[in-house]
Write a protein that binds this ligand. Structure first.
Ligand SMILES: N[C@@H](CCC(=O)N[C@@H](CS)C(=O)NCC(=O)O)C(=O)O
Length: 241
């Protein structure tokens, strides 16, 4: 059994899709990001970086202690290795899939994340930051769109590379980017959305009462929530023993 610590967001949807695709049994452990449950000392023993998603595998391959794994990219690679699926085994194909997976976690995710922050959470009037991150997000989406022009999936076969990029690409409307501007990408999103595991993953974690709070066009946070996510409490939690 795998404990899956989550909030209803794109990074977390990656892990839900992977678990559903691989048919691995998991137990949902929901967090309240706005309330700061992920900053509590017990969860920082699972993820010292105090972010979601994270998993704890109670039946790791070495038959040792339960193993916590954090960072969505690391979790996808861990689950692929555990199940022996969704990452190519042939050397060249594996490195193709791996570099696109890392491209998502090091580029597309952080840039869209910052765009999301400045469009939806920051005080208004930060035009330079909004334009900088939206332009970089559009550039990265263009790279992915071009990659998908001649192929069905990002790598040579459906893989963790697709699972990593799908939730972010499918969610770009939240920062005001239309997928119509990226035709190959839009077709790939529609193709992935047809997968039963994707529907099951969305049903498991995204159809959630709290989801509306994550989807506000301009987020309205209480001062305490703002401090937890972006202010003094964020730093205090990292410093706490
Ligand atoms: N690089 C991390 C990013 C995780 C992340 O930022 N998760 C968000 C939710 S999507 C979170 O936990 N936010 C709470 C916070 O920043 O305190 C990953 O890919 O797992």
């Amino acid at each position: 059994m795998i404990d899956f610590h989550y909030v209803p967001s794109g990074n977390n949807l990656k892990v839900a899709i992977a678990l559903e695709e691989l048919g691995l049994p998991y137990r949902l452990v929901k967090h309240d990001m706005f309330g700061g449950s992920h900053q509590a000392p017990e969860f920082r023993r699972v993820n010292p970086n105090a972010k979601l998603p994270a998993i704890v595998d109670h039946a790791p391959a070495d038959a040792g202690e339960p193993l916590p794994v954090f960072e969505s990219g690391a979790i996808l690679l861990y689950l692929a290795e555990k199940a022996g699926r969704l990452m190519p085994t042939e050397w060249r194909r594996r490195h193709v899939a791996q570099q696109w997976l890392v491209w998502q976690v090091a580029g597309l995710g952080p840039m869209l994340g910052q765009a999301n922050h400045f469009v939806r959470y920051a005080p208004e009037g930060q035009d330079y930051a909004v334009e900088r991150y939206l332009r970089e997000a559009r550039r990265l989406l263009t790279v992915l769109d071009r990659r998908l022009r001649q192929r069905e999936y990002i790598a040579d076969e459906y893989s963790m590379a697709d699972i990593a990029s799908f939730p972010w690409a499918a969610g770009v409307r939240s920062v005001g980017i239309a997928t119509d501007d990226f035709p190959a990408l839009a077709q790939w999103i529609a193709r992935i959305e047809q997968r039963p595991a994707v529907a099951a993953a969305r049903a498991a974690i995204m159809q959630d009462d709290d989801r509306a709070k994550y989807m506000q066009a301009r987020a309205r946070l209480t001062p305490q929530e703002w401090s937890t996510l972006f202010g003094d409490q964020l730093l205090a939690a990292a410093r706490a023993e």
